[in-house]
Write a protein that binds this ligand. Sequence first.
Ligand code: ZN
Length: 208
Amino acid sequence: MRMLEPVEQFSTHEVGPRRDLDPERVARLAERVRAMLIELGLDLDDPNLKTTHERVARMYLEMFRGMDQGTKPRVTTFPNDENYQAMVMEKDIPFYSMCSHHLVPFYGHAHIAYVPGDKILGLSKFARILEFYAKRPQLQERLTEQVVSFLDDELRVRGAMVVIEARHLCVEMRGVEKSGVMTVTSALRGIFHERPIREEFLDLLKGR
Ligand code: ZN
């Protein structure tokens, strides 16, 4: 059987399953997960639980891989030779993250827009920036701010705006009546403080 390789350039998950995990780190973490499972009263002789601690350890290291990728996302930029001055927007970028408070997933979509200064960003890089900050224990509010700050500080854009819509399983799993609730956060910089461009952004969002 031939395994399909992920098509990286179309994936928001820029890094596929990690093959570079430090085996000693995996082993240390797995041992601690095992202790937790025992404390929970689980029978680790059950064939379905026998190697769960190792899988969980690897899975956590994968889900938090943004923490191992340096202090900032690595993105290439291009000079804005055409002097493009309008808004560039990418919407409905999917992401998965983990709530810092409960280590339970929150997930949804981000909508990211900016007005370039003297640099422009490759279109696939929006997803990469989002991914970098999402793959770690995170808060939706902080994720939103970090993405907009990166665009503002690193690209010195004329303005940027980020809206994130997400479902939080730590909220939903603990009360049936809260199922499906969407949390929306937004952050903006620069020219997006002006109403016309902010309205243009929100109009483009409505049209999806
Ligand atoms: Zn939570």
